[in-house]
Design a protein around this ligand. Structure first.
Ligand SMILES: Nc1ncnc2c1ncn2[C@@H]1O[C@H](COP(=O)(O)OP(=O)(O)OP(=O)(O)O)[C@@H](O)[C@H]1O
Ligand SMILES: [Mg+2]
Length: 357
């Protein structure tokens, strides 16, 4: 009898040390046998952001334990694993190196294939762990380091339709949280505070809303939040600013997603339009509700990963690994860590002053 592939996923690109075991199934959907995520929030909180050196040290301390825990919880043995897939980029090079070297050593010892995974491809495929996902689809990737609309034409074939020209959306949430006095990483608390506030109290700008296609920009919005944050007097003022920020983001995403839908329809001429929203910010309830409603109105099928698979995890790395394993796309053990690794290699770099849209 053919054995179903068993993949170990390892993730250490930023401040989460994670490992997961995923098994291919006969029925189509893979089975997630374990998914361990250890976050370093407590370590970085007092610095207001991720400190690379401390993050790398913590990965080194934990990686062995986390991988062992994932294997133990899966009910499988180390020798049952068919391939080791590891995030090789993009991310902090000192952090990536920890997971990458650990995975390479394991692959060499076990004499099993090693698969270098693009972290962003992991996000792109994250819904596939729980639901069927057919190509092509439109992807909105909204995370701590990226904000992009991509046409995913096939496995590994990406065309970028739009990107942020400055800050990523997760970054904008985190910076706004910091200005409201919430400790890092406070992005996810904005929507909680927003529920108590008046969303129409403060006017915030929507940069490049009427130009630049479905490219995005959040830097001007952040500056406006900074100015207003200096005038806040009480808790209600903070709630109102959080609500105004959340509302502005929703409006930006609705407008830009409509443009992305039209761009995608030029690529996908069939009527089966699929829209995947992935990355840490995709856990935001109001963003989910808004984009779900818009999708249904515009004849797109919205697909989200479950909330626990929106942020960084190794299940999505194992998922991307499984897809590569099926295609026998293995890598050599000298594969480098890549701090920058865009999904669409042909897309022009669109960041910094003087960007022409
Ligand atoms: N409910 C929420 N609402 C808004 N933002 C959220 C929510 N939950 C998490 N985030 C944001 O998601 C981001 C983390 O997402 P993720 O882990 O995918 O990013 P990353 O791995 O740091 O970046 P990248 O994937 O681009 O390398 C943080 O900026 C966090 O504030
Ligand atoms: Mg991520």
């Amino acid at each position: 009898m053919k054995k179903n592939a068993l993949i170990l996923g390892i993730e250490s690109s930023c401040d989460e040390t994670a490992a997961a075991i995923l098994e291919e199934s006969d029925e189509g959907l893979p089975k997630l046998l374990s998914n361990i995520v250890s976050s370093q929030t407590e370590i970085h909180k007092k610095f207001g952001g991720v400190v690379p050196e401390l993050a790398a040290r913590s990965h080194l301390d934990k990686i062995d334990f986390i991988v062992n825990k994932a294997i133990l919880e899966s009910g499988k043995k180390l020798k049952d694993i068919d391939a080791i897939s590891v995030t090789a980029g993009p991310g902090l090079i000192v952090c990536l190196s920890v997971g990458l070297n650990f995975g390479k050593a394991l692959a060499m010892t076990l004499k099993k294939p090693f698969i270098a995974v693009n972290h962003l491809e992991g996000h792109a495929l994250s819904p596939k762990i729980i639901t069927e996902l057919k190509y092509p689809y439109l992807l909105l990737l909204i995370s701590g380091g990226h904000s992009q609309y991509l046409a995913v034409k096939n496995f590994g074939k990406y065309k970028r339709l739009g990107t942020t020209i400055d800050d990523a959306l997760g970054e904008a949430f985190d910076k706004t949280a910091k200005l409201l006095g919430i400790k890092f990483p406070g992005g996810y608390l904005i929507e909680k505070l927003a529920k108590k506030g008046n969303k129409d109290r403060f006017f915030l700008p929507k940069p490049i809303i009427n130009k630049g296609g479905c490219n995005l920009s959040f830097a001007g919005l952040k500056t406006a939040v900074l100015k207003i944050s200096k005038t806040l007097k009480n808790k209600q003022d903070k709630y109102d600013l959080a609500a105004s920020f959340q509302k502005t983001i929703e409006e930006i995403l609705i407008k830009k997603t409509k443009i992305a839908f039209n761009e995608f329809k030029k690529i996908n001429t069939k009527s089966n339009n699929i829209f995947v929203i992935a990355g840490g910010v995709a856990a935001n309830n109001k963003i989910r509700e808004n984009l779900e409603r818009l999708s249904l109105e515009e004849n797109f099928k919205p697909i989200f990963p479950p909330r626990n698979l929106c942020g960084d995890n190794a299940a999505m790395i194992a998922m991307a690994g499984l897809e590569r394993y099926k295609l026998k796309k293995f890598n050599k053990l000298d594969y480098p860590a890549k701090p920058r690794w865009p999904l669409d290699k042909k897309a022009t770099f669109l960041k910094g002053a003087g960007v022409k849209l």
